[in-house]
Design a protein around this ligand. Structure first.
Ligand code: XMP
Length: 510
């Protein structure tokens, strides 16, 4: 496997994904991980990620120096390239201007890292500082107009530094560079393959759980569905699946997932209709954080009650969760926010219930979860559903949640998604949904004026939800969607398309 030390780059996850796409296991660890911890994983190479800091700042992140004595190949990217030069005796200085965007890299002579590339290559830069003197034993292997040491190497120790980002697609041959590092330099083996991985997870779950029973919460989403299916394959009907219907899910979601699970042999599926308590408690509440708290607490209460009532005769030892890799990996810049986002589902339950935790897909990225789902034979239309927040439609109704607003939003959202699917747009979009704005505006239908709600449509392109761009839907399709919503959903007389990026906006409306 390849270890990636994360210096706070928003691209650390991308590096790991690229390495895994090459068929090699990759793990992201915090930049200050000790050598002993790294050794336990038996990596064949180390990648130092980029990061927002400057090595010239006091207190900026450093790695354990003994990593350079492990005898492993090391590739430093951007900040990783600078920190490597700095710690090994080179010099880093502030650049006169920030290099940002595409640049032409000129490669000097033959070397393994750039094997198969042209003399001139388009690469993507994002940095302020640059290396101005190489450490002893290093030689420059590429430069750009503004950056003499755009890349360097010490072939004796197998250390490589590149100032640009090979993990982003703007670097045209970035994948080739990573492949050269992983295979020609680190000599890694291709053994990260989804079919064998799926079998391994099932076998591991079987041997861990033995004859005990497991409970899993089904949320309606992709992750819990794949996690539950894996465990069901391992232990059959000793898996108890509890599906809490909060009344805040998308149209037809509960039925679709429940019907599928029953059809595929889930004998112990408990669908709990809890829409009443959720709606009652949300009555009159319009503050978003209070809404989230109420939903979180109510969810736990209903889930616990279901376990006490329905499962008391079974020796339940584990609580299974659909936690995935980005949910748990410490990334210096994002860990706090992502931990908070999922807190009510992922963290509070096991503490209160006293079960051991089982997380069969905790090492996988979303696209890998979907591929495992395919190997398990799950249908594509269940696997390729867009992410959906824990508090559900409640955070897509701005202000108070009422039964009428839920009906309108659910219908409008279903029409929007159906139109996107019909037009072949749905799979190109990272997340799309409708939101309801709690104001009534004027319209005219027939001879009469109407005062009805506004529906805002959101569709975004993103990698991980941390930043997002609005998806460019054609005007014709937008018009079709707008007419379909106003025509089919009573209570709406106006449809808006949201063209804000994140940041400054967020994806959801609350
Ligand atoms: P924002 O709105 O913060 O959303 O740009 C980023 C991603 O996170 C999801 N999200 C949530 N997921 N509970 C969740 O489980 C929440 O409270 C929550 N709020 C936002 C959102 O759908 C998007 O994918």
């Amino acid at each position: 496997m390849i270890v990636i030390l994360n210096f706070g780059s928003q691209f650390a996850h991308l590096i790991a994904r690229r390495v895994r796409e090459l068929g090699v296991r990759a793990e992201i660890l915090p930049f200050d991980t000790k050598v002993a911890e790294i050794e336990k994983l038996k990596p064949v190479g180390i990648i130092l990620s980029g990061g927002p800091a400057s090595v010239l700042e006091k207190g900026s992140p450093r790695l354990d120096r003994r990593i350079f004595e492990m005898g492993l190949p090391i590739l430093g990217i951007c900040y990783g390239h600078q920190v490597m030069a700095h710690l090994l005796g080179g010099r880093v200085a502030k650049g006169e201007h920030r290099e940002f965007g595409k640049e032409i890299l000129e490669i000097k002579g033959k070397n393994t890292l750039f094997k198969g590339l042209s003399v001139k290559e388009t690469v993507w830069f994002s940095h302020g500082d640059k290396v101005v003197r190489l450490p002893g034993g290093f030689r420059a292997t590429a430069s750009t107009k503004g950056c003499k040491y755009g890349a360097f190497e010490d072939t004796k120790r197998n250390f490589f530094g590149i100032q640009f980002h090979p993990e982003v697609t703007h670097t045209r041959n970035g994948k080739k560079i990573l492949s050269n590092f992983v295979f020609s330099i680190c000599r890694a083996k291709k053994d990260w393959q989804i079919v064998s991985l799926t079998k391994e997870i099932i076998a591991e779950t079987k041997s861990e759980v033995e004859q005990r029973h497991v409970v899993v919460g089904i949320s309606g989403g992709v992750d819990s569905l794949v996690a539950a299916t894996l465990i069901h394959r391992a232990i059959g009907n000793r898996l108890h699946a509890v599906f809490v219907d909060t009344g805040l899910l998308r149209k037809g979601e509960v039925e679709q997932v429940a019907v599928y699970l029953r059809k595929h042999g889930f004998k112990k599926l408990y669908v709990i209709d809890a829409s009443k308590p959720f709606l009652t408690r949300l009555k009159g509440v319009s503050d978003p954080e209070t809404k989230r708290k109420i939903i979180g607490h109510t969810f736990i209460e209903v889930f616990e009650k279901a376990i006490k009532n329905e499962l008391k005769k079974y020796p339940i030892a584990y609580l299974a969760q659909g936690t995935i890799y980005p949910d748990r990996v410490e990334s210096a810049s994002t860990s706090k926010t992502s931990a908070k986002i999922k807190s009510h589902h992922n963290l509070t339950l096991p503490e209160k219930l006293g079960f051991k935790i089982l997380e069969p897909i905790k090492d996988l990225y979303k696209d890998e979860v979907r591929k495992v789902g395919l190997v398990l034979g799950l249908p594509k239309d269940l696997l390729w559903r867009h992410p959906f927040p824990g508090p559900g439609l409640a955070v897509r109704i701005v202000g108070e949640v009422t039964e009428e607003r839920l009906r309108i939003l659910r219908e409008a959202d279903a029409v929007f998604i159906e139109e996107l699917k019909n037009a072949g747009e749905y799979e190109k979009i990272w997340q799309a949904f409708a939101a309801l704005l709690p104001i009534k505006v004027v319209g005219v239908m027939g001879d009469a004026r109407t005062y009805e709600y506004v529906i805002a449509l959101r569709a975004v392109d993103s990698v991980d939800g941390m930043s997002a761009d609005w998806h460019k839907i054609s005007n014709e399709l937008l018009e079709k969607i707008s007419s379909a919503i106003v025509g089919k959903v009573s209570g709406v007389n106006r449809v808006l398309y949201d063209i804000t990026q994140k940041p400054p906006a967020t994806i959801e409306y609350e």
